[in-house]
Design a protein around this ligand. Sequence first.
Ligand code: GAR
Length: 212
Amino acid sequence: MKRPPFVLGVLVSGSGTNLQAILDAIAAGTLDAKVGVVISNVATAKALDRAKAARVPAIVVDHKAFASRAAFDAAVVEVLQAHRVDCVVLAGFMRLVTSTVLDAYPNRVVNVHPALLPSFPGVHAQRQALEYGVAISGCTVHFVDAGTDTGPIIAQAAVPVLDSDDEASLTARILQKEHELLPMVLQWIAEGRVVVEQPEGRRPRARVRPSS
Ligand code: GAR
């Protein structure tokens, strides 16, 4: 019997190119999952058009309409659960999520960040990397914990930083890698191959089991 699809809930705030990469990977058959719902905190986000074009429910939950972060997150969880989401993907979602989301989806909230964490967490990661003067940057896909970009790292991909780079060119080079890495990691999670371990005396870490 065919198993039910692994349902993703994708949270977005902007252009949604990572959402598009997920939708394209599903259409291409390299990601065995379904996007059950796309939620944006920004009504004008282009990501919403991408969701609609793929006939995925596209829902706006405007953070400005809520008195607290927790109240906003509770509304987001309600939408995710109504769409039977198994795994939450922060794909350019420019809000910190609270324990309200994390407790509803333990080790099931995934973020893509445009730097090699733990370097350059938070906003403007590409600008931070350029200002620091690193020779290599990249992207990180990690489980979300209570901190800002501090959760267990699942996978990273590196890109060179060129002398000629400005923020736009570095952002574009990193985005290309994000579009490869994020759907690949989601497939590993859908296959049940990503586990979080707590090694003695170390931070929790994600391990990817080999495919059977
Ligand atoms: C991506 O580069 C993603 O890594 C970044 O926002 C961009 C969204 O692009 N996320 C963060 O900086 C989160 N701290 P997209 O909307 O085209 O997918």
